[in-house]
Design a protein around this ligand. Structure first.
Ligand code: ZN
Ligand code: ZN
Length: 91
């Protein structure tokens, strides 16, 4: 397995650096959705509509599930609670 490090830069660009070789594997501009953690490359002029959550003050992917503010931590909480319930039922 290759260990990677993400170096965010002030401009919004990132570098993916291999921890083994120290080499830069990839760099570019991406944003990640503050709700589902999806990451996409930013291409100016691509015309893709992306959202912006005023509550998180962070970009969203613009997907229907991400239009309402449900931060990732909250989703994990819900999933964990659901998993816990399922366990309680099957045991
Ligand atoms: Zn999203
Ligand atoms: Zn939000």
């Amino acid at each position: 397995m290759t260990l990677l490090r993400l170096n965010p830069r002030a401009s919004g660009e990132f570098q993916v650096v291999s921890l083994e070789t120290g080499r830069v594997l990839q760099e570019g501009q991406t944003l990640s959705c503050c709700h589902c953690q999806r990451t996409w490359a930013v291409r100016p002029g691509s015309g893709r509509q992306r959202g912006w959550c005023l509550r998180c003050n962070a970009p969203t992917c613009g997907g229907p599930a991400c239009l309402t503010c449900l931060p990732w931590e909250r989703q994990m909480e819900i999933m964990e609670r659901r998993a816990g319930l399922r366990r309680a039922v099957t045991e």
